[in-house]
Write a new protein. Structure first.
Length: 84
């Protein structure tokens, strides 16, 4: 009887450890995702600010002004998707 109780206690201890480790990783992932989102929001605002004035410029200038930001945002969206 005692052996079964010991095995069960070890199982519960292992599960508790796994649970706690995963809970910490989830917490850190949320913090990373939030930081990534805040960075992305700043880039989004910058993109919106550039698009308005760029519309009066040539197509080449619009592409040059926004492609870099759009590529950065795409990469950031992908990183955020992977983090969640």
């Amino acid at each position: 009887m005692s052996d079964i109780k010991t095995q069960f206690q070890e199982l519960v201890d292992d599960l508790r450890k796994a649970h706690d480790e995963l809970a910490l990783k989830m917490h850190l992932a949320k913090m990373d995702a939030k930081a990534e989102w805040e960075n992305l929001e700043a880039k989004w605002k910058e993109l919106e600010q550039r698009v308005g004035p760029a519309l009066s410029e040539s197509a080449e200038n619009i592409e040059a002004a926004t492609k870099f930001l759009a590529d950065e945002m795409k990469a950031a969206f992908e990183r955020l998707k992977k983090a969640l």
